[in-house]
Design a protein around this ligand. Sequence first.
Ligand SMILES: *[C@@H]1O[C@H](CO)[C@@H](O)[C@H](O)[C@H]1NC(C)=O
Ligand SMILES: *[C@@H]1O[C@H](CO)[C@@H](O)[C@H](O)[C@H]1NC(C)=O
Length: 308
Amino acid sequence: MQLTTHNILPCLTTTKLTIVSLFLLFSPSRTTSQACKNTCGTIPIKYPFGTGSGCGDPRFQTRVTCNNQHLTFITHTGSYPVTDIDYSNQIIHITDPSMSTCTCTQPSKGFSLDWDAPFTFHDNTVFALLNCDVTLSPIFKSDRNNDSVSPACDSTSGSRVCERLNSCQAVSRLGIPVSTCCVYAPVDLGPSFEMDLRKLNCESYAGLYGFKELPDNPDAWKYGVAIKYKFNFDNEYPPMCGNCEKSNGVCGYEGPYNSFVCNCRSGINSTTDCLFEATWNGCSKFLHNSNDGLWMYALAWLLTWMLV
Ligand SMILES: *[C@@H]1O[C@H](CO)[C@@H](O)[C@H](O)[C@H]1NC(C)=O
Ligand SMILES: *[C@@H]1O[C@H](CO)[C@@H](O)[C@H](O)[C@H]1NC(C)=O
């Protein structure tokens, strides 16, 4: 067959179209398809936490979740906003919207961790149970009659916490005697400890930390709960995950065998790290930062070329 202008034209156009499509496909794009994010709202997310299924350590996935950019801590007693995560000391700070503080008192059902969750209370956490029925509450009974029965009120630093809390305007307005307040040192009680205020015959509670630093200033205490977490039994940071994070990836575990994946910025999952992206990034950074205009110019030129 003879090659004429007539039958070569559609062929050429197809080639041109393909080139333009490829050009558009590889044009720098600022959106990524990364399945696991490294932030939730303003909170940085690192191992063992994750922003979705397959991200972070599976044991943490249902306990700390990211919904609409809100990081939430979940136990059988409720869902609690996470205020921050102290990665170097392995502490999560949460708040409970139903608890009382120096500025506000309200009835609450209590707070508990799940017994099978990888969390414990941090030593700094203090629970002050407020407005308890001294005659009915088992905590007061055990304190008076039998020292060996726990839980019992902490009568040393505890009375100080109760006194100071009672000096807060919101608490003093209730007009309840300091003697109806009981302080728990939850560390001793372990994760299976249930703070069920109805059973304990207490009206509300305040969870706080930062008491040791400023024992006399209840306004300066942080109201919430400080919770410790461990990576695993030996509390060892998985080295694979460390390498993945160093290369800007997010650690995840996927599939029926929870195999390690390093979720990279481009959305590609690697079994090691995301160092391969560094070269791409250099490339696209060049195009983004210095030459967005040039890119558009090149695109316009290509389109013109295609049409002639
Ligand atoms: C990459 O890994 C993440 C996290 O485990 C997963 O959600 C996602 O589906 C994976 N993506 C691909 C393309 O395999
Ligand atoms: C205190 O309680 C413990 C455990 O319930 C019991 O074994 C012990 O006899 C009690 N002591 C007194 C003085 O009642």
